[in-house]
Design a protein around this ligand. Structure first.
Ligand code: SAM
Length: 223
């Protein structure tokens, strides 16, 4: 609720929560973590605080803010300037719904992860109450109507346009796509934010598209 008024508070909290989620599977101390599409770098900073060598790769310089973490690389997640298998953890938070080819984006995350390494990928799916981002929940009535309403109410153009920088991504098809891959295994598929029933809600076809809010996938790179 404080994302607009106090982004520092909101994103620091989110970063701590995400780092806790990673540390349930692998300690961060001494690990190499690649944060793809990490915006201004809250997650990278949190991983560094926990002893990781973390690097931010972000394609949009407007997202970087005034003081991106040292060593930040301006790069697209589709084509990272990294060798195969360099990362212990490949991390992307809320990026997948902003790319028009999530499978290719995911393949690049897998490529840079070492065998046995971890891939953290979360996204807000289209039928989530937040699926329309700043014009949610009016996206349920259609994107055009929701965007027009946003402009009318705020006097500002919306940041996101469906089909340009926001894409309708769904949980069921994404899970099927990931499970069909032979280079990763699914360690966990759960709601990112639900404090209880997080895995259960992501298992129920239909319901999960509305009730999960944000899907968190933890994948392990096959040896
Ligand atoms: C909603 S923001 C999420 C920022 C941050 N990861 C977070 O969770 O707060 C989406 C981010 O995805 C980035 N992005 C969009 N397309 C991308 C791409 N092809 N490769 C890497 N990042 C991308 C945007 O520049 C933006 O920083």
């Amino acid at each position: 609720m404080r994302e607009q008024s106090d982004p520092g508070y909101c994103y620091s909290l989110l970063a701590r929560d995400a780092a806790d989620q990673v540390e349930k599977h692998v300690p961060l101390q001494g690990r190499t973590v690649v944060d793809i599409g990490g915006g201004s770098g809250y997650f990278t900073e949190e991983f560094r605080r926990r002893g990781a060598q973390s690097y931010l790769f972000e394609p949009d310089t407007r997202e970087l803010g005034k003081q991106p973490p040292d060593g930040t690389v301006v790069a697209d997640g589709y084509l990272l300037p990294l060798a195969d298998g360099v990362a212990d953890v490949a991390f992307s938070s809320n990026v997948l719904e902003h790319v028009d080819d999530p499978a290719t984006f995911l393949s690049e995350m897998v490529r840079i992860t070492r065998p046995g390494g971890l891939i953290y990928v979360s996204f807000t799916n289209w039928y989530s109450p937040w699926g329309g981002h700043e014009w949610a929940p009016w996206h349920y009535l259609g994107a055009d109507r929701a965007v027009a309403r946003y402009r009318r109410r705020t006097g500002r153009a919306a940041k996101h346009t469906l089909g340009e920088n926001l894409f309708a991504i769904h949980i069921g098809p994404t899970l099927r796509q990931v499970r069909a891959r032979d280079d990763v295994s699914v360690v966990s598929a759960r709601s990112r934010y639900w404090p209880f029933l997080a895995e259960t809600v992501a298992k129920v076809p239909g319901l999960r598209e509305f009730a999960t809010w944000n899907l968190l996938l933890i994948l392990r790179r096959c040896p």
